[in-house]
Design a binder for this molecule. Structure first.
Ligand SMILES: Nc1ncnc2c1ncn2[C@@H]1O[C@H](COP(=O)(O)OP(=O)(O)OP(=O)(O)O)[C@@H](O)[C@H]1O
Ligand SMILES: [Mg+2]
Length: 270
């Protein structure tokens, strides 16, 4: 575990034995260890109900784990009260939700400025310019004054990404942002996240079902019934499919092949 300890110092995100239970049943998350260094792109995969969204919500401070510790850039979220947690989410985290949550009463530009306004910025030309630059980066500067309803699913998802990036967050969490998109549009959205990592040093944690989407990441981790069942560096489609196919069975170990025990150690994105 020495590598984990060393990497945790500069980690953008670290989870130590994080569990989350809802009521009496099996926990949605069950002792998850995860370290994501700055400037890395991590894909979180696993079957429906395996705990991916729960992991993201706990990691992003949207939900408190029932056990274990989450740190963002060295800040232990458990030490923060509600207002501190709200401030951290506002200032240091970007989130793209599984179900889109653009505000339909606001136009596209206003949706993108929303995190800045919530962070206390005053409406201004500078603020609008920042939103427009973000929209330009996702190819939607010309739709700034339109309502979200008039955009296609892929365009809305790109607005959601522009909004998640507008605060220059340390970590961007995206929950299946490409699930409803055709392959070409999905690739465009994933390229945006990849660029945020490569050109701006952001850290991205992407939940996805899609083996093609996972190939944009530096590492994939696989959840099975709330536990990390394996991990792949520089995931390629064939290996991702093999691991997904083996989840819940001994096949996952075979699919991870040469990684052997590494698949069950704390996941550290490199
Ligand atoms: N608010 C909640 N109350 C009760 N149970 C919940 C709640 N949220 C999630 N769960 C349960 O926790 C487990 C993990 O759910 P989660 O949403 O994290 O799965 P997921 O991997 O994101 O699935 P999907 O791929 O379908 O989005 C599921 O069994 C789910 O029913
Ligand atoms: Mg989910």
């Amino acid at each position: 575990m020495t590598t984990t300890a060393v990497t945790e110092n500069g980690a953008a995100l670290a989870l130590d034995r994080v569990s989350r239970a809802y009521g009496g049943g099996a926990p949605a998350l069950d002792g998850v260890d995860l370290v994501v260094p700055r400037g890395r792109f991590l894909a979180v995969m696993g079957r429906s109900g395996s705990g991916k969204s729960t992991l993201l919500r706990c990691a992003a401070g949207l939900e408190r784990p029932t056990a274990g510790r989450v740190r963002i850039g060295g800040t232990d979220l458990a030490t923060l009260r509600t207002t501190g947690l709200t401030r951290l989410r506002r200032d240091r985290i970007g989130f793209v939700f599984q179900s889109l949550n653009l505000v339909s009463a606001l136009n596209v530009r206003e949706n993108v400025t929303l995190p800045l306004l919530l962070a206390g910025a005053r409406e201004s030309r500078a603020l609008d310019a920042r939103a427009l630059a973000g929209l330009d980066a996702v190819g939607l500067a010309d739709r700034a004054e339109d309502r979200p309803e008039s955009l296609s699913g892929g365009q809305r998802q790109r607005v959601a990404i522009a909004r998640a990036l507008v605060n220059e967050p340390e970590v961007v969490f995206a929950d299946e942002p490409t699930a409803a998109l055709d392959p070409v549009t999905a690739a465009g959205v994933l390229a945006l996240l990849r660029r945020a990592v490569d050109e701006r040093g952001r850290t991205v944690v992407l939940v996805t079902h899609d083996p093609t989407a996972a190939t944009w990441a530096d590492e994939a981790v696989f959840l099975d019934r709330g536990r990390i069942a394996g991990r792949l560096d520089r995931p390629d489609e064939a290996r991702v499919r093999a691991v997904l196919g083996g989840l819940g069975t001994a096949g996952v170990r075979a699919a991870l092949g040469g990684l052997g025990e590494a698949g069950r150690q704390p996941a550290v994105a490199r």
